[in-house]
Write a protein that binds this ligand. Structure first.
Ligand code: PGA
Length: 249
């Protein structure tokens, strides 16, 4: 049984003060660890302060992106080592907003995944199809290509450290959630694909998160699906009371 994961992706939201206030309130709400992995992904500027606020708690810190190089002349970029130092244990890679708005290719995403693993960050690797691709019946082909290229050259041991998030692009920030059945179908496809390629154990132990308009109202029915092990939540993770409800779904 994969331990459920609830991850909040704040995107470009929250000042340092707002982020710390959230973290302190979340920490206070759960004095004993819930039987699930709870991850928050603040913007870069708030990482250090949030790391301080959650030190010693069960809450894990994620970054929303990293650069694949170790260091160097990459103005505006942040390396995996810097994120580790700031207190991160996870990093979101391949989010559809990065793929579309910042032209991140599967190859680039693969290099980012490898960079994260090299410094001991657990990647939350995002995949998902657009509305047109779904309507054209290409969902599985698109997901398979993203998996194949994104995970290129990774070993079964690497796969053991990765979380995969299935986020249909048409469901992100639109209020349109995939139905539990639609999501489960793709999650099962991902798990079987991983099991075929990396062995049954890798498939069975993989945490696959669903993302796209998850709210406290719909999380329970999504999490009831056998292959949905968690949620990657944007909008509904910004309000601490809503996030506490998501964690306690
Ligand atoms: P949303 O975003 O919950 O606001 O749809 C999810 C995500 O982009 O990770």
């Amino acid at each position: 049984m994969v331990r459920p994961v609830i991850a909040g992706n704040w995107k470009m939201n929250k000042t340092v003060a707002e982020a710390v206030d959230f973290a302190v309130r979340l920490r206070t709400a759960y004095s004993t660890p819930p039987d699930r992995r709870v991850i928050i992904a603040p913007p870069f500027t708030a990482l250090l302060a949030v790391a301080d606020a959650i030190r010693g708690s069960f809450i894990l810190l994620a970054a929303q992106n990293l650069h694949e190089a170790e260091k160097g002349a990459y103005t505006g970029e942040i390396s995996g080592e810097m994120l580790r130092e700031a207190g991160c244990s996870c990093v979101i890679i391949g989010h559809s907003e990065r793929r579309t708005l910042f032209a991140e290719s599967d190859d680039r995403i693969n290099r980012k995944l490898r960079a994260a693993l090299t410094v001991g960050l657990a990647p939350i690797f995002c995949v998902g199809e657009s509305l047109r691709q779904r309507e054209d019946g290409e969902t599985e082909a698109v997901i398979e290509l993203q998996l194949k290229e994104g995970l290129n050259n990774l070993t079964a041991s690497d796969i053991g450290k990765i979380l995969i998030a299935y986020e249909p692009v048409w469901a992100i920030g639109t209020g349109k959630t995939a139905s539990p059945g639609q999501a489960e179908e793709v999650h099962r496809f991902i798990r079987e694909w991983i099991a075929r390629r990396y062995g049954p154990e890798s498939g069975a132990e993989l945490a696959i998160l669903y993302g796209g308009s998850v709210t406290p109202k719909n999380i329970a029915e999504l999490m009831a699906q056998p292959d949905i092990n968690g949620a990657l939540v944007g909008g509904a993770s910004l309000d601490v009371d809503s996030f506490i409800q998501l964690v306690g779904y």
